[in-house]
Design a protein around this ligand. Structure first.
Ligand code: BDR
Ligand code: CA
Length: 316
């Protein structure tokens, strides 16, 4: 099978961890490296968590890099629903695996330059604030040619925000980085709250994941159980949205998603609307549409995909 070269940039994070565990067992993906960033937790914790998840998922062969400690201009904010350690307070042993000595941003720029030289552009999956990618683009703008597509979780279009009235966490955490990325020539697909709120992980789903996921089932069950927001008013049921895993699902099976194309602007001046993702649905700006925004998801088929992937741990 021809594999797809990908880099995963993340801030684990419970849903980042579920995304990583799913990606680790997808035969279609060749994961070149995992970059970490300040986001749901400070960088030291997101880095440690990424190392722990590679150990849990039997993928210590994948290099893990530490990225940016801080957003570009604003003070860090951290996630609210990930527990004290960022992994739902699930206890993992201190990782034996060491991070690479190279900085994540240098790994990104080197990998993109290599992809250009080999004429084999890579896919970049971003599950957290866009600080690493924006910094890479500031240092070496030509690397955009080495990225076939950025698939990222972030933003809220027709939906309201989840961290403020207008803004989703990943965009609010580093709106200046988001502004740089969305103004670049990159091909971008976004999984915003409009999409992720269509895929709610209920206690019934969790029970099934625990049943199928073999040697990781205890830890996966704990991570998933912690993710239950119990916010029926917002989500229409018990459970929590499968935000970051949808990036992996999109890369593996884009036919399960429907997109609409629009120019996207990121608010980075107004405190009231800081981090808001503004889509020019009706061509008011005169700018060319530059982002594929996922607005529809076949949730049942996405769950079937994740059951199939995570059941691969039963054989490990
Ligand atoms: C995003 O924010 C984080 O807390 C999650 O990991 C996800 O990437 C959802 O708004
Ligand atoms: Ca995340």
């Amino acid at each position: 099978m021809k594999t797809l070269p990908v880099i995963i940039d993340c801030d684990p994070g419970i849903d980042d961890a579920i995304a990583l565990l799913s990606a680790f067992v997808a035969p279609k993906l060749k994961i070149l490296g995992i970059c970490t960033v300040c986001g749901n937790q400070p960088l030291t914790n997101t880095l440690r968590n990424a190392l722990q998840i590679t150990e849990l998922g039997y993928r210590v062969d994948i290099p893990v890099f530490a990225g940016c400690h801080q957003p570009m201009l604003r003070a860090p904010i951290h996630g609210q629903f990930h527990g004290e350690n960022g992994l739902g307070n699930t206890a993992f042993p201190a990782p034996k695996k060491q991070p690479e000595s190279q900085h994540a941003v240098n790994f990104l720029t080197d990998s993109c330059e290599q992809a250009i030289a080999d004429n084999q552009p890579l896919t970049l999956c971003v599950l957290g604030p866009l600080t690493n990618l924006a910094t890479a683009l500031r240092i070496k703008p030509h690397i955009a040619a080495g990225i076939s597509r950025v698939v990222l979780m972030g933003g809220a279009y027709r939906e309201a925000g989840n961290r403020t009235m207008t803004s989703e966490f990943n965009m609010l955490a580093d709106p200046h980085a988001a502004h740089i990325v969305f103004s670049s020539p990159l091909h971008i697909t976004v999984l915003p709250l409009d999409a992720t709120h269509q895929v709610i992980l209920t206690p019934e789903h969790v029970a099934k994941f625990v049943k199928v996921s073999g040697r990781i089932s205890a830890q996966l069950g704990e991570l998933m159980a912690f993710w239950d927001r119990n916010d029926v008013r917002r989500y229409g049921s018990r459970g929590g949205p499968l935000h970051d895993p949808l990036v992996i699902a999109y890369v593996l099976a884009p036919e399960l998603f429907g997109t609409e194309k629009a120019r996207v602007f990121i608010e980075h001046n107004s405190e009231l609307c800081m981090g808001q993702t503004v889509a020019d649905w009706y061509g008011k700006s005169g700018e060319t549409p530059n982002v594929d925004i996922v607005t529809r998801v076949d949730a049942n088929k996405v769950f079937a995909l994740f059951y199939e992937l995570l059941s691969r741990y039963a054989g490990k």
